[in-house]
Design a protein around this ligand. Structure first.
Ligand SMILES: *[C@@H]1O[C@H](CO)[C@@H](O)[C@H](O)[C@H]1NC(C)=O
Ligand SMILES: *[C@@H]1O[C@H](CO)[C@@H](O)[C@H](O)[C@H]1NC(C)=O
Ligand SMILES: *[C@@H]1O[C@H](CO)[C@@H](O)[C@H](O)[C@H]1NC(C)=O
Length: 366
């Protein structure tokens, strides 16, 4: 099984560099995924889209508005971080698009989303038979640039991607703003003899939207098998942020995660272990060079053992590597990481941030 997987991975990497790339590997915006291709003027009444097929490439249901970022008639202000246009899903409204996929493959959708009036707005993402609800209550960045990822496994050669506002507010237009939608096919890495942790460097993850300087939020309660960060689960109430080396300090490779919501954002993985055997867990923590400062602490758990690692951040980029020994108590061992404290950026108290985690390695101690 492991052999077959690594063969598949190597095969895909070959294609990746070859000319068959476009035909075999999918990554990027969905057709009209940033909503910059406008509806016909006749299909728009003020901001409200008229008819199922009024938004190019999408099918709409219910009250959907076509929005330009900035101040709105009526006094609201909508920040649109990716391009100029976005859609707003009113009471029970939805938009969907059917795209070709490879049956059995894992995909991550990446999308910019934010709430517009009520605290309790939820965005429901579905690709039947899978669906997930994203609470938009917490604003992670102050500029409206919150970007989320959600994973699914294709069950046939087409996927109907739907974004739905399941809420009903007093103002029927109230609801989440959707700003850009992209997709990426994922190749889940397997454990190797050098590392029992899968995707320990967080290198395989969701698509990063162009100019997404805010990272990509990985919402909680994702199923292990369809996680947009292969191998890892987000366990607690709030999101963990996937960050890239283009915009942040990343100790190793191209990506890492930032623990942005204290004890409410934990990341975990289940390892296969041999009971009573000892293992060495090594990982790096640091800061993303994003002005996130203060006395930080990362708590790591493996089986019945725990470790607290302090890190003093000046927000200027730095990291340290630590390791600890744990004893497996069963054939499956959960490793979990979270930040003990809450942090915000030195220049922006409205943006949640925290310590970063990278290069998680687990090896048996002989
Ligand atoms: C990304 O940012 C650069 C520099 O600010 C800008 O020139 C470019 O148009 C942006 N791209 C998109 C797709 O917004
Ligand atoms: C665990 O791994 C680290 C990094 O390779 C190493 O420095 C440390 O000595 C190891 N600890 C044990 C108990 O093997
Ligand atoms: C691990 O901790 C749990 C709960 O604290 C306890 O019930 C269990 O006996 C411990 N197992 C071992 C092998 O120490």
């Amino acid at each position: 099984m492991a052999m077959a997987h690594s063969y598949l991975l190597a095969f895909s990497l070959l294609l990746f560099t070859g000319s068959a790339f476009a035909a075999t590997y999918m990554e990027g915006l969905l057709p009209n995924g940033n909503f910059e291709e406008p509806p016909k003027r006749t299909d728009l009444k003020k901001t409200v889209l008229q008819g199922k097929h009024s938004l190019p490439k999408w099918e709409i249901n219910g009250l959907v508005e076509y929005i330009s970022g900035g101040p709105q008639p009526g006094g609201m202000y909508f920040a649109v971080a990716h391009g100029i246009h976005a859609v707003r899903l009113g009471n029970d409204a939805s938009i969907s698009q059917t795209i070709p996929v490879k049956p059995g493959s894992l995909y991550a959708l990446t999308f910019g989303a934010s709430r517009t009036c009520a605290q309790d707005e939820v965005l429901r993402v579905s690709v039947p038979p899978q669906s997930g609800d994203l609470p938009l209550q917490t604003l992670y960045s102050s500029n409206g640039g919150d970007t989320y990822a959600w994973g699914f496994r294709a069950t046939s050669n087409v996927a109907k991607v739907t974004f739905h506002n399941p809420g009903v507010q007093e103002d029927p237009a109230c609801g989440p703003l959707l700003d850009a939608v992209a997709i990426k096919e994922l190749f889940p890495p397997m454990p190797t003899k050098d590392n029992l942790a899968k995707n320990g460097g967080f290198e395989e993850g969701p698509h990063r939207l162009v100019n997404t300087s805010n990272g990509v939020l990985l919402p909680p309660k994702q199923e292990d098998l369809t996680s947009p960060l292969p191998g890892w689960m987000i366990e607690s109430l709030k999101a963990v942020k996937f960050i890239d080396s283009k915009h942040f300090n990343v100790p190793f490779g191209l990506a890492a995660v930032e623990l942005v919501a204290g004890r409410e954002s934990a990341i975990a993985q289940i390892l296969r272990t041999v009971p009573n055997k000892f293992y060495n867990l090594t990982f790096s923590i640091g800061d993303a060079k994003n002005g996130c400062h203060g006395a930080m602490m990362v708590e790591a758990f493996a089986a019945n053992d725990t470790m607290k690692v302090p890190y003093k951040s000046h927000g200027k980029g730095g990291f340290k590597t630590v390791s600890f020994k744990f004893k497996a108590t069963s054939i499956r061992t959960r490793i979990t990481f979270y930040s003990s404290f809450y942090h915000t950026r030195v220049d922006d108290f409205g943006s949640l941030c925290g310590p970063i985690l990278d290069q998680v390695r687990v090896l048996p101690i002989s």
